[in-house]
Design a protein around this ligand. Sequence first.
Ligand code: LUZ
Ligand code: MOS
Length: 750
Amino acid sequence: MKNIDSNNHVQGKSIFVDDIPTISGTLFGTIFSSSIAHGKIIKLDISNASELDGVTAILTHIDIPGENQIGAIIQDEVLLAEDEVHFIGQPIALIIAESESISLKARELIEIDFEEYDPIVNVQDAKNNEHFILPPRSFKLGDISKVWEDCAFIFEGIAKSGGQEHLYLETQGSYAIPLENGNIKIFSSTQGPTVVQKIGARVLGISMNQIEVDVKRLGGAFGGKEDQATPWAVLSMLAVYHLQKPVKIILSRHDDIYMTGKRHPYETNYKIGFSEDLKMLAFEAEYLQNAGAAADLSPAITERTLFHSTNSYFIPNVRTTVYSCKTNLTPNTAFRGFGAPQAIFVIESAIKNAATQIGIPARELQEINMIVDNDSFPYGQIAKNVELKKIWKTAQDNFNFYKIEKEVCDFNDSNDNLKKGISFIPVTFGVSFTNTMMNHARALVHIYQDGSIGISTGAVEMGQSVNTKMIQVASHVFSVDSKRVKIESTNTTRVANTSPSAASSTADLNGKAVEKACNALLIRLKEVAGKKLQAEPESIDFKDELVITNQKDTTLTWEEIIWEAFASRVSLSESSHYSTPEINFDKSIEKGHPFAYHVYGLAITTATIDCLRGTHVIDSVRIVHDFGKSINQEIDNGQIEGALVQGVGWMTMEEIVHNNKGVLLSNALSNYKVPDIYSVPELVEIIPLETDGNENAILKSKAVGEPPFNYGIGIYFALQDAIYAFNSNYKYDFDAPMTPEKVLLGLYSK
Ligand code: LUZ
Ligand code: MOS
């Protein structure tokens, strides 16, 4: 089944927040924000701006009726600055005007004076000053203190990875409309409708049932709208509260890049130890995460870093610690992978460093140390149904990687100015929100009298095709044509208390709820059909829009049985709740079983460097991926391709740069390079692993959103390999992204 939105998307007919026809009288909002990274507001003068023709209101923190507080995990972030500012782009005032252009003009007329303080921009300074979001947190396995003396090889180093701009095609936006009795309806481009509802109620001092959040779809999100859609939504509701007029806020691309947080940059010291026979014995890492000026989702992200610190390897003695460093940057936030890619980059850097110094391919260390069934992850979960060995074998059978390795060698022997490199990246990714409490979802299924079906869930469609998958689940359970099924918008009045669409878990959680609701309806329909056909309900089934009894077709159609049920006064609606079984985590000992299952995979990357220019092409990325039993291979392959290219961008070209005043220099697409069609590998081959899938995945089709992002990490090590082939003096350093400039410096370093 194709993505149900694809035709409308390419014709520009799909509706996003800014496409919703505006009601007459709609006002438009623009945010006035801090131009310094740290300081005190001495004077804020809005008088000139207020007098501009067409300006309706300028709201500041004093206009907030409830709490000036938008922090979700930790309440440490104001919606509008009071007397201090803590990052550039921090909202200070909201300008409401009759048109967007007037609000933009008014923004120029606001006058502000600051007393400037020295900002903290980098993690080292934050750590030295003990500027943390939370106290550091550690995971431990075995006994790291004694094991170093047993190691035959020990390697230490630093690995750094940079930030990343989400660059969703649709910028942040919201459109809030006043209803009667102080109630508000809001269309928000958010991954978390309930987050918007809850924080909105807190800031306005009203109750959650007074706010109805509706989400049709997002034009991409990638984590950037999990928590950071909230401020703009709440600001538009604040204006509605005061003005009782519809208010729309759509961030310009520049404001979006300037005001929203990004992937967390990390700097990590690591130490890894091996036995004589190259078994990993010990791993220690100290991650410094640049959280920015407020917690946002950083505490959850630190957690996922710790959960993925050993990637696909069993290491009996581990101690990993994350310092979530508070700096004067825009609070960084969720981004596809959620701290796991940063951790995987570190352990893979450690392995590459070790392999280089030992003088063997990294692949050998990876193979020797792969996690197998009944090994323990550092957080206590016992590995089950590990697919890595099978994946390795599938890769060998399909790709003949020894031959590819040899081709790379042969090429390098016979070329002077072009050099090739190769890398392997195995991936083990835990699926579930690491916060156990969040792993549940609801669905509301209506069958209408004519046999058509309407479904509401908590899932937000953001291009990942979750709506298409929900249709597949319902049409599978009922055995009806998928055209009968419509997915409604995600709306807090139909499905309440939703977790954000995140953690790769949306199709699993919401799909299971849909499956449950459909099965409950099916039981009722079987009874109705049994009565009608004078057969036992257990002998009834539905197949291709027909009722069957004891495996034989009848002439009774889906539509007839639905009418029969309605006429017999049987309910054709069902609301179901699903919560992931068995998962748990005890933070007091940092042990438990947090993940419903793991997704496994392997990417083999080859690239060619032009050694005169420092440029490269990615020749191939060959992937074996554990989809479980995919319910939609085309959509899932699309997720792999998109994630791969996004990962490649993070590793090779996307370079977030701040100066020492905390000013974002990479603030536009002219100075921040993102992957385009030329960055796509010449060959992407994806082999689905043959496997039974997992019962905790929706129809055994495993989560696919985030795990393949990590395949992009492979290009970093393939480029290093090629640099070394040209320059044997090259000193491996692990500092992503590997931009063409860094490649060139590596090629000619002495
Ligand atoms: N969001 C979240 C996530 O709140 N918890 C998670 O564990 C998570 N994991 C990945 C992406 N978003
Ligand atoms: Mo996400 S990084 O699953 O919002």
